[in-house]
Ligand binder design. Structure first.
Ligand code: GLA
Length: 379
């Protein structure tokens, strides 16, 4: 059944009648990983996989939610003390609270939602959920007076304050600002951004999802961020955006070798995003691909957010002649993004599926990337 029909059916059975539909998208990122919270550049785009919700104000001060995919309900009030216990509901509670904290209005509503963004694949299903509800709350209760950057920041603050992830702005930005057929180069310090029409003749972007999620204790994502902040502090700068290798090497003796490696990756990655954008402008696809492989190497060896399965996917891509391949998103599982020439597209998918399956006992999931619109109301 289509997503929208499934949601409507559940809305009718839980609340009766109809609401308004909203959706927001998951994202890919061509290059620029772990640079957002370092004030660097990212190069994401929204994809054709969404979280969709049907929502209707209910005239009370309570929010009633039903998640179709989890077959679970939650009801909460809009005061800070009303935080729900279920993690999935906290994303929506957080969006409501962050809107209110910014002076926006949120009243009670009934909502049913579902999605087709694969969970744990590094495609930011949580940002899609946050952006969908931030957009809806703005439309339903605030006459769209909250600007799009603020909507993205509402999602990001939700992660920080209600979900324990000290993320950057990339995912929520891409989910809110996404535009069909365009990647967006965002300067995460100035928040200046530029849409890049993205279609490379003769190539496709393919995601290979390892379907592996390594649950690591101690929130390794936040730890990576702390490493970067320590090095920036030692350098006397606000973020690693302002660092180069010469500056880093000058303080090498004063930072741990681990922090040094993390910072070395970030400094390189900042340059690689700009390199990829320049190469795309000149039609130099080989350079785009080479920089993607360099990012993988850095994420694996210096930033240490890869895992055996993702390194294997990267090796197989290389063997198959894939132009560029790298781990995508925060890491510790999830998928690789691959820039694949049309003439080897089918054989690459067959080979990587077969080899991964025989080594790990399960097939990876394969998705062709279609760059699509971000947060929207569906009329
Ligand atoms: C996660 C975070 C983003 C970003 C990426 C890594 O997706 O939510 O803010 O830091 O990891 O690039």
């Amino acid at each position: 059944m289509e997503l929208q029909d499934k949601i409507r059916e559940a809305f009718v059975s839980h609340f009766g009648g109809e609401g308004i539909f909203y959706a927001s998208a998951g994202r890919i990122n061509l290059i620029g990983e772990h640079t957002d919270y370092n004030g660097g550049f990212v190069f994401p785009g929204a994809i054709d996989k969404v979280i969709m919700a049907e929502i209707r104000p209910n005239g009370t001060d309570k929010v009633n939610l039903y998640s179709v995919d989890l077959n679970d309900s939650s009801t909460f009030g809009l005061e800070e003390a009303d935080a729900p216990s279920q993690q999935w509901a906290r994303y929506i509670f957080g969006v409501c609270r962050e809107t209110i904290k910014r002076g926006g209005t949120v009243k009670g509503f009934d909502a049913v939602f579902a999605g087709n963004v694969p969970l744990g694949a590094g495609l930011s299903s949580s940002a899609a959920l946050e952006s969908c509800f931030a957009f809806a709350v703005n439309d339903l209760f605030n006459a769209n007076s909250i600007d799009k950057f603020e909507l993205a920041k509402i999602g990001q603050s939700t992660e920080h304050n209600y979900c324990g992830v000290n993320c950057g702005i990339m995912d929520q930005f891409a989910s809110v600002f996404g535009k069909k057929d365009c990647l967006i180069r965002l300067d995460c310090r100035s928040l200046e951004y530029e849409y890049f029409p993205f279609k490379i003749d003769g190539y496709k972007l393919v995601l290979v999802d390892s379907v592996v999620k390594h649950e690591l204790v101690d929130s390794p994502y936040n730890k990576r961020r702390e490493s970067c902040e320590r090095v920036a502090k030692r350098l006397g700068i606000e973020t690693l955006r302002d660092a180069d290798m010469e500056m880093l090497d000058a303080v090498k003796a004063d930072v741990t070798s681990e922090d040094y490696m993390r910072a070395r990756f970030v400094i390189g990655e900042k340059e690689r995003v700009l390199g990829v954008c320049d190469a795309l402008n000149r039609g130099d696809i080989a350079t785009v691909g080479r920089l993607m492989y360099e990012t993988h190497e850095g994420l694996s060896k210096d930033y240490e957010v890869s895992c055996e399965e993702l390194d294997y996917l990267n090796d197989v891509a290389k063997e198959c002649g894939v132009t560029g391949s790298r781990i995508m998103g925060g890491g510790f599982g999830g998928c690789t993004i691959n820039l694949v020439p049309d003439d080897i597209h089918d054989s690459f998918i067959a080979t990587v599926t077969e080899k991964f399956n025989s080594r790990y006992g399960h097939k990876p999931k394969i998705y062709d990337v279609i760059i699509s619109d971000g947060a929207r109301r569906i009329d």
